[in-house]
Write a protein that binds this ligand. Sequence first.
Ligand code: MUC
Ligand code: MG
Length: 370
Amino acid sequence: MSNISSVDIFICDLPTVRPHKLAMTTITSQAIVVGVIKDNDGLTGISEVATIGGASYGESTVEAIKANIDNYITPHLIGQNPVYFSRIMDTVAKSVRGNFFAKSLIETALIDLAAKQREVPAYELFGGKIHDSLPLAWTLASGDTKRDIEEAKEMLHQKRHNIFKLKIGSGDPDTNVRHVGEIIKAVGDESRITVDINQAWDEYTALKQIKALEEMGVSMIEQPLPTWNYEGMARLTERFDVSILADEAATSLHDTYRIIKERAGDAIALKPAKHGGILETKKIAGIAEAAGFGLYGGTMIESTLGNAIAASVYSTISEFKFGTEIFGPLLYKDKLTLEDIEVKDFEIQIPDDVGFGVTLDQEKLAHYKR
Ligand code: MUC
Ligand code: MG
C-alpha cells in the first residue's frame, strides 16, 4: 500500500436551484471545501464538507478549514499510509483541537483513498452496509407557503420525498406555525412533517409553539433553543411527547454525551462534518443507541461528494427512527462529480462503487473553485 504524497484543499461555491431560508441565513450559494489526497502510486482520495452561511450557522468557515488543514494537519499526513486512517486521525487529534469539519474532510479523503487502494466500497472499512437504501426527507424552505405546497406535491408525485422538514426559525413564530398548519392541511395525509427552528426560540416561545405543533401532528421538533440551553431542552423533552432533536448542540462526542446524560433532547441529528468524521459519527450513534435516543441522518447540505460520504456511513447504522435528509445534491444547480445521486420510491440508494463511489469532475472543480 502506497503512502501519501500530496494534500490539496479547494474552496468552491455552488449555486442553489432556489433560495433556502433558515433562521440565520438564506442560502443561494453554498460554500464547500473539497479535499484531494494523492498517494505515490497516483491514486486519489476525495472528500467534501459544506458550511452554511459563513460563520452564522457554525464556527467552521471554509477559509478556516483550508488554513488549518494546510498549516496544522497536512504535515501529519505526508508519508503516512492511508490504510491506518484511524491512527493518523488519532495523531492529528493530539495536536489539533476542535476543527471538526477540517478533521472530517481529511479523515474521509483518507478513507476514500484507503478503500481505492483495496478496491472496495468505503463502507467495508467501517463495518459494511446494513441498508441498500434509506428514507430521504426534503426541506421546504422557499420562504413562501404556496410555493412550498406546490413543491411538496411535486415531490410526492415524483415519489422523491414523503417526509418534509419545514424551516420555521425566521420571523414571527405564530405566523410560522400557521404556515406549518397550512402545509399539513395540504399534504399531511400523504407525508410526515417535521420542523427545524435552528435555535431561534426562547423557552417561553417554545412552550407555546411546540404545544400547537404537537396538536397539529408534527413528528419532530429540531433544535428549538440555542445550543447553550441544555436545561431548557431537557425541560421541553420532559414536557412534550413529540420528539425534540438536538442538531447544532450535538457536535463533538463529549457535547453529545452531555445531551444524552442530561436528556436535553431525545433524538440526535448525525452529520459526519460536525462530529469530525466517520469514526466519531459511529461512536455518537453508539452512545445514542445505548441511551435509547432516536437517530436522524442529517446533512450540512453537501453536494454529491459529501452526500455520498454521509450515505456511506449511514448505511452502516442499524436504525434511523426519523430517516435521513441527505438531499443536498438536489438543491444545487450543478455538481462537482461525474455521478449523481439516485432516489427511488422515496429512498436514497446507497452507492456501491469503490471508495465513496464518486469521481471528481475536474472541469467543474476548475469552474467552481475560488
Ligand atoms: C440544519 O440545521 O438541519 C439541513 C437541512 C436543511 O434544510 O438545513 C440544514 C441544516
Ligand atoms: Mg437542523
